[in-house]
Design a protein around this ligand. Structure first.
Ligand SMILES: Nc1ncnc2c1ncn2[C@@H]1O[C@H](COP(=O)(O)OP(=O)(O)OP(=O)(O)O)[C@@H](O)[C@H]1O
Length: 338
């Protein structure tokens, strides 16, 4: 797989299949999975629990064999059926969901763990630089249990980055943190990865997290990536019904509900219908609520479909009010009717 510039991507997965041994043979959990990340890009595998995200990371790291297809790092094949480079020779760093810090080692001991082949002075300098980078310069002598969840995450990140991996894999990096901390750390982590020029692939089941962190996102369903694209493209140009439904708010309604052909289904996001007293689409407001920055209404169209609509200042907000609407300017996402 080549990128638009012609340079080989830093990471490429080509039609990869991974499975686990099962009584009747192989239980395939990832199949036909392809993606590419360029140097310095942050990618994210986004999908519901059990769709195979962690399995993909484990295959890239070298902990699971590839049953079909291949994985390339820096242009070289590191895994294909019957041929695999050992995990320690892949230059892949991994940050686990629970951080997996060594409780009996200090912060400095944890960060220096993968640097034992370095001379002592070089190791100490690298550990100090990594702790400085993640803002924990003063915590070198502390032990993991003395740190907050966010601080532990930063130690884990410093440890993963210390050996200068070509690729960093992050499995649900925010799952142990409360909602407020998650939002803050997503931006902080992105800035840190940017500052180091690291190429990273993370796993998440949270769309907001994926949007905040990643340049490219792969929406996964049952072991496959349905679309590998930017956040904006996933939202504006979903290539698949599942992606249209999974990303953002919105409903798929028959074309006839908004005056289009019957063979189509139209994706109506809250911004797709506008309140307009002259508008040809009629409906009844079921309820309205303030979502910030404005009101959003739940509207039953005359055709029976219930959709969410961003309500303009002048639009009625009382339940039961009749609403006239029109389609907003701009392209609509449509799918052939099933
Ligand atoms: N070691 C294993 N042996 C057998 N089956 C496994 C093993 N690890 C995972 N699986 C199965 O593979 C499928 C995918 O699991 P995986 O952990 O990759 O999903 P995930 O998307 O990362 O889920 P989560 O978000 O819950 O971690 C699941 O059905 C799971 O039960």
């Amino acid at each position: 797989m080549r990128t638009a510039t012609g340079a080989a991507p830093l990471l490429a997965l080509e039609r990869v299949r991974v499975g686990y041994p099962a009584p009747g043979g192989l239980h395939v959990v990832v199949d036909e999975l392809s993606l590419a990340l360029r140097q310095g890009e942050i990618g994210c595998l986004l999908g519901a629990s059990g769709c195979g995200k962690t399995t993909v990371l484990r295959a890239i790291a070298g902990f699971e064999p590839v049953r079909a297809g291949r994985i390339l790092l820096q242009g070289a094949v590191v895994a294909e059926p019957r041929r695999a480079l050992a995990p320690e020779r892949r230059r892949v760093g991994m940050m686990f969901q629970d951080y997996a810090l060594f409780p009996h080692l200090s912060v400095a001991g944890n960060v220096g763990f993968g640097l034992r082949r370095l001379r002592r002075a070089a190791r100490e300098a690298r550990v100090a630089a990594m702790l400085e980078l993640v803002g924990l310069g003063g915590a070198a002598a502390d032990y993991p249990h003395e740190l907050s969840g966010g601080q532990q995450q930063r130690v884990a990140l410093a440890r993963a980055l210390a050996p200068e991996p070509a690729l960093l894999l992050l499995d649900e990096p925010f799952s142990n943190l409360d909602v407020d901390t998650r939002g803050r750390l997503a931006h902080e982590l992105r800035a840190l990865l940017r500052a180091t020029g690291a190429t990273a692939l993370l796993v998440s089941h949270d769309q907001a997290e994926a949007f905040a962190m990643a340049d490219r996102i792969g929406v996964m369903e049952r072991g496959r990536i349905l679309q590998w694209d930017s956040a904006e493209a996933l939202y504006r140009r979903p290539a698949h019904r599942f992606v249209a439904d999974f990303i953002g708010r919105g409903a798929l309604v028959p074309g006839t509900a908004v005056g289009l052909e019957a063979e189509l289904e139209v994706l109506l996001r809250p911004e797709c219908l506008l309140h307009d007293p002259e508008g040809p689409i009629r409906g009844v407001l079921l309820e309205a609520g303030f979502r910030g920055p404005g009101y959003v209404g739940s509207v039953r169209l005359d055709s029976g479909e219930v959709v969410e609509v961003d309500l303009a200042e002048a639009a009625p907000r009382e339940p039961g009010a009749a609403l006239a609407l029109r389609l907003a300017e701009g392209p609509l996402v449509t799918f052939p009717r099933q």
